[in-house]
Ligand binder design. Structure first.
Ligand SMILES: [Mg+2]
Length: 326
């Protein structure tokens, strides 16, 4: 049943919700995951660090602009979101009266939720609507599903936000290790910083504020809006390059999702995969994220920012590291 629906779903992919009838401005469209680097690749670590170099970085020009993803890259406030999203989807799908076993539905939802992770939330909700339709149900507007998911997630993460607001928790408690250090070091070097998230803008602002990140980015904080055709990480990147009249070689991007890593690489920039272990915070890279992000062309992989010093000197050509490797 599920396999059959997978096929139908693929045939209908980017169906009525996803396709732009004009197709004149595809930059808003967040493409599905597509592997461009196959198999296990040889790599090395910067000496004594957790920084894995997949492809040696020798920027033609000095990095001037640095883009960060938010959730999973800097912020851990939303850690645990997949259970909330999948839980809601399972409920909605079971409500269609399908006879599939609950566990099979859960596995299926988990699979597509993770596959689409990195795109704006609405894409996962569009998929949910498709799943419901494929089972003979009458889906709600994906925007309504998105609102309900957010309400549930806010409920789950309320304690975290409250404890940050009251000072019971420190921003470091909900930040990927070393995040503040690397942001401060980048600011000291007077590079422009941007925050681009697939989460709705209003939440990104609020959570960036709670985590003390706003001073680093100022007005350069971008998030999703209800009209998902008017925002994408790719559009943010295009705007950075256009407004500054620079090409992508001066762009450095950090992210734990395939969208930002792929977009930065397509623009000609340097991409660092943050394969953060959000729940365990083990300091070891999450193998699933690592593999997936190498697959879209990540140049480097880090588990977090604790080794920001060798990382930055390598990326910015400040030490002798790049030459040592030759
Ligand atoms: Mg992320």
């Amino acid at each position: 049943m599920i396999r059959e629906m997978e096929k139908r779903k693929r045939e209908k992919q980017e169906g009525e919700y996803g396709r732009d009838s004009t197709r004149s401005s595809p930059a808003y469209l967040e493409e599905d995951y597509q592997r461009v680097v196959a198999g296990e690749v040889p790599s090395r670590f910067l000496p004594g660090s957790s920084v894995e170099v997949i492809r040696e970085v020798r920027p033609k020009r000095a990095i001037r602009h640095v883009l960060f993803d938010f959730d999973g890259t800097l912020s851990l406030i939303r850690e645990g979101w997949p259970e909330v999203m999948v839980g809601m989807m399972v409920e909605k799908i079971l409500a269609t009266g399908t006879r599939e076993p609950v566990e099979a539905v859960r596995r299926h939802c988990h699979e597509f939720v993770m596959r689409l992770n990195g795109k704006q939330t609405i894409y996962q909700m569009i998929q949910l609507a498709e799943e419901i339709k494929a089972r003979g149900g009458e889906p709600a507007d994906p925007l309504d599903y998105k609102a309900e998911y957010h309400a549930r997630l806010m409920e789950k993460t309320r304690d975290r936000r409250e404890s940050l607001r009251s000072g019971r928790a420190k921003p470091e408690d909900y930040l990927v290790a070393g995040a503040i250090d690397i942001l401060a070091a980048i600011r000291q070097r007077e590079l422009e910083m941007y925050l681009a998230s697939g989460t709705d803008q209003k939440y990104v602002f609020e959570e960036a504020e709670l985590l003390g990140l706003v001073p680093f980015f100022g007005r350069r904080i971008y998030g999703a809006i209800d009209d998902y055709r008017k925002y994408s990480k790719k559009l943010v990147i295009m705007r950075i390059l256009e407004e500054n009249r620079v090409d992508g070689s001066v762009l450095l991007g950090f992210g734990d999702g395939y969208v930002e890593i792929g977009n930065v690489k397509q623009a000609g920039g340097v991409a660092v995969a943050v394969a953060s272990d959000e729940a365990g915070r083990s300091g070891r890279p999450d193998p699933w994220k690592r593999d997936r992000l190498i697959g879209v062309g990540a140049d480097l992989v880090i588990p977090d920012f604790r080794d920001w010093e060798p990382l930055l000197s390598y990326l910015l050509g400040e030490g002798g590291e790049a030459e040592d490797a030759l």
